[in-house]
Design a protein around this ligand. Structure first.
Ligand code: FAD
Length: 400
């Protein structure tokens, strides 16, 4: 396995980069590239989607004083970056949570030396680690010596965008406008939403998740070139779920993986983790993070209550009823049921990642561009990768 493959596998496991690897990566070069270019573009740009990628695109477009709007299907910005503010006494990341790089990547995203951004981080290196296999909890605390990465201490990924990115162009985001058709047959691109509102622009950057592009949610006129459609359909994006349960006492380890620590991670099994680890709080919050097939048994259930009941059953089984004894409250985020997300994140690329991503990164008719986490070659499936892809798409659209 090459270092790059190792990094990708670590990310795919959902657990992120070991800290040492991140430091090595950071010493080699910056994690993401903030494009610098000159432009004489004087037209209008529409960005479809206000997730990390679309927001990053907006941040760069506003820096170049370009006329633009972001059209978002849902009533909020953030996409897979989402926050539960009032669940306990610290904000919870319902989607992206870890900074899968060094903290320096946040300055790379902002690229603003004048900004005095002071953000507190946690060194996230769980001390008690267990695998659960064959009806037994097996300790793996030795792993605390080599697994460590970074989390926000008192803010969240959503808070980061809220504080540093969105204020630059808040009035340019149009909410509750699911895009139904993108017609790029004329000299302008016409974007029509499900209530028949039409927006026109010279360039359009589409940041909708891969699952949305694979569905018939958005029709392209004319149809996208066959190579693009094939590339889109060759990327897998599985189910995704996060559940947070507050308990009276902490009866669980800092990190627990079903199916065994190492084997469970390799098979994308459910990861339970102390979500309050090193947060400024005395509350006891257990998080469940699960993607792909292991997530599907929960995400396909009828209701959030059914999901939490199923999770509680698993926990009661492992901890001999302590989950029910200590239960206080829960919050469920079923990403597969979010109508404009429909899953976790891009995972495998049937026809090779580089070829697929390069195909998708090519402009269509010099007017239509794609961006999003799946289209970052180096940082796929991360928030900073989504930003990187948004920046690159803006560079391609308006740069010279
Ligand atoms: C459970 C989970 C855990 C994760 N953990 C981490 C982590 O710890 N660290 C990390 O770095 N990354 C993590 N990720 C990945 C990270 O969240 C994503 O890579 C990133 O947020 C994706 O940003 P994006 O802009 O590409 O897509 P999105 O955030 O999905 O944004 C796309 C936007 O497009 C909108 N949209 C869709 N269809 C339409 C339409 N028809 N019209 C208009 N708008 C539309 C959507 O509503 C959405 O707002 C996690 C993801 C999940 C699901």
């Amino acid at each position: 396995m090459t270092r790059e493959e190792f990094i990708k596998k670590s990310l795919a496991m959902g657990i992120g980069l070991p800290f040492l690897t991140s430091i090595i990566a950071a010493c080699e070069k910056e994690v993401i590239e903030f494009p610098e270019f000159s432009t004489s573009f004087s037209g209008k740009v529409l960005v479809i989607g206000a997730g990390a990628s679309g927001l990053a695109a907006g941040y760069l477009l506003s820096r170049y004083n370009v006329d633009f709007e972001i059209i978002e299907a849902s009533p909020v910005y953030g996409g897979r970056v989402k926050r539960a503010s009032n669940f306990v006494d610290f904000p919870i990341d319902l989607g992206a949570e870890w900074i899968h790089a060094t903290p320096a990547v946040l300055s790379e995203i902002l690229n603003n030396p004048e900004l005095d951004a002071s953000i507190d981080f946690i060194t996230y290196n769980p001390q008690t680690l267990k695998g659960y296999r064959d009806g037994r909890l097996q300790p793996h605390n030795y792993a605390s010596n080599f697994y460590s990465e970074i989390k926000f201490k008192s803010t969240t990924w959503f808070g980061f965008f809220e504080q540093y990115i969105v204020p630059h162009f808040e009035d340019k985001i149009i909410y509750n406008q699911p895009v139904a058709t993108i017609d790029y047959s004329g000299s302008k691109v016409a974007v029509t939403t499900i209530d028949d509102t039409v927006y026109e622009a010279d360039k359009v950057i589409v940041t909708a998740p891969i699952k949305i592009l694979q569905s018939d949610t958005i029709s392209f006129v004319p149809a996208l070139p066959a190579a693009k459609t094939e590339a889109i359909n060759s990327i897998s994006m599985g189910d995704g779920l996060k559940v947070f349960i507050e308990f009276k006492e902490k009866f669980y380890p800092d990190l627990m993986v079903l199916g065994g620590l190492i084997e469970g991670l390799a098979n994308d099994n459910e990861i339970f983790y102390d979500a309050a680890f090193r947060k400024d709080s005395n509350r006891h919050v257990l998080g469940l993070f699960t993607i792909n097939e292991p997530a599907s048994k929960y995400t396909t259930l009828d209701s959030d209550q059914a999901i939490v009941d199923a999770v509680m059953e698993v926990l009661d089984d492992i901890f001999e009823g302590k989950a029910s004894e200590n239960y206080l409250q829960h919050v469920v985020q079923n990403w597969s049921k979010e109508p404009y997300i429909q899953g976790s994140y891009s995972y495998t690329f049937d026809n090779g990642q580089e070829e697929t991503v390069n195909t998708l990164n090519e402009a269509v008719n010099n007017k239509l561009y794609f961006a999003g986490e799946a289209l970052s070659l180096e940082n796929q499936a991360t928030v900073h990768g989504a930003c990187e892809s948004g920046y690159a798409a803006v560079g391609r659209a308006i740069g010279q």
